[in-house]
Ligand binder design. Structure first.
Ligand code: IMP
Length: 429
């Protein structure tokens, strides 16, 4: 039952795509279980850049089964666009499977997402406007339309006949916006349903069978722990569970089927969208990290907010995920700083703490307590062996390991597959 869950341990954009792609090479199956095409994973292979939003990152390998699980918010339009791009680039989509139970994103979800953001004004969340929140709202409200409905024209018609007038009332009466023509929407989505039909199955069964057969299954997290609906910095979160606990539900497997939980941690911190960020650097150092780390969103192109590594936050995310190991990403970006700061505590209203507060008000007031460590000047990008890393870089990592009491199993020093130093094998068997 070799299985690995990959979770972002910060605010997303930790570089999960690269590690997922790296581990996909030795996996039989790659499974997505939450989120949708709000995610953006960039994989660089032989100097070519591939970006995925909804597709699992194993699609570049011809022999892997790629699963879009029941917990995903599924945008058929986005899916078909990505499939086309994949096939145009010479890859096959034949090994992709979509779960029957996944909920479908419709155009009204995207429009409501955007209108709701606008109506919040200063209080906006900064969503990707991909309709994720409104789609999950329908799911929770028990009025959503699932993939199994999408591929059955009769059921689709019935479901849309119920939903479209309701959404139109919301659009027209609450947002004073235009509604949708039910027939136009039906024809368009019926066509999408027929196009995706060949990919649709009960993926919970496929995943179970793979695990029972001892195949290597990689559970691919999107977003990050602090964007978790329950455990993140609410309300500045996404509407799904990007934490380890989200996988059993979103992929339809028992929690006891997960063996390893690898947290993907950037060597510094970034955040997109709004909300408190204690170690944020709104100065030349922040700009330098942003430029060197190419910290601009894959999905939206937005500049990411950048700051020092925050171990208070990581101790919390490590705990709520039950991390068994860390993959430290973008360490090469920190080359060239004379010294580096790591946050080891917060001072909130005069009180020192090492606990990550649930209250955003408190988090907004948190002043980071820093430990300063020496930096290094060498370029790390062509180092292949852990021992060859500068002593200061090793000390930086040792400090993280000791504080979190979790081993750094992988170190990434560049975007390429070959720029990955593996200290401990991730699949235990
Ligand atoms: P939504 O997921 O589009 O509803 O956006 C909610 C919040 O999650 C916003 O702050 C987004 O910027 C953030 N978010 C969603 N997906 C990602 C991601 O893949 N990486 C980083 N942030 C994300």
């Amino acid at each position: 039952m070799p299985s690995v869950v990959i979770v972002g341990a910060q605010w997303g954009d930790e570089g999960k795509g690269k590690i997922i792609d790296y581990l996909a090479g030795e996996s039989n199956m790659v499974v997505r279980a939450q989120g949708g095409n709000n995610a953006g994973h960039t994989v660089i292979v032989k100097d070519r850049k591939y970006t995925f939003h909804l597709l699992p990152s194993g699609v570049l390998y011809p022999d892997k089964v790629n699963i879009i699980g029941n917990g995903v918010a599924f945008d058929p339009e986005g899916f078909l666009t990505e499939i086309k791009k994949l096939e145009d680039n010479g890859f096959s989509a034949g090994n992709i499977r979509i779960d029957q139970r996944a909920h479908v994103i419709f155009p009204y979800h995207k429009r409501i997402d955007a209108l709701e953001e606008e109506s919040r004004g200063e209080e906006k969340i900064g969503t990707t406007r991909k309709g994720i929140g409104p789609c999950y709202m329908d799911k929770i409200q028990r009025s959503g339309i699932r993939v199994e409905d999408l591929i059955d024209p009769e059921v689709l018609k019935e479901r849309l006949a119920l939903q479209v007038p309701r959404k139109n009332r919301i659009l027209e009466k609450i947002y004073e916006a235009e509604g949708y023509d039910m027939e136009v929407l039906y024809q368009q989505y019926r066509e999408y349903g027929q196009q995706i039909k060949r990919f649709v199955t009960d993926t919970t069964k496929l995943t179970h069978e793979a695990l029972q057969a001892g195949e290597k299954v990689l559970f691919e997290g999107a977003q990050g722990t602090l964007l978790d609906l329950d455990l993140g910095t609410y309300p500045y979160v996404t509407s799904s569970h990007p934490t380890a606990g989200g996988f059993p539900v979103g992929a339809g497997i028992g929690p006891n089927k997960i063996e390893e939980i690898l947290g993907i941690v950037k060597a510094y911190t970034t955040r997109v969208g709004l909300g408190p960020f204690p170690t944020e650097l709104q100065d030349a150092t922040g700009d330098a990290i942003r430029t060197k780390g190419k910290e601009f969103g894959t999905t939206t192109g937005r500049a990411r907010r950048c700051g020092w590594l925050d171990l208070v936050m990581l101790k919390y995310t490590a705990r709520v995920n039950g991390l068994t190991g860390i993959s430290l990403m973008l360490l090469d970006v920190l080359s060239g700083f004379e010294s580096l700061k790591i946050c080891v505590g917060y001072e909130i209203e005069g009180e020192k703490t090492t606990d990550f507060p649930a209250s955003l008000k408190k988090l907004g007031k948190a002043k980071p307590i820093y430990q300063t460590l020496p930096g290094w000047s060498q370029d790390l990008s062509s180092i292949t062996n852990f021992q060859d890393l500068p002593q200061e870089a090793k000390e930086y990592m040792e400090f993280i390991e000791q504080y979190l009491e979790i081993p750094i199993k992988i170190v990434s020093i560049g975007p390429g597959r070959e720029q990955t130093i593996v200290r401990e094998e991730i699949y235990r068997r």
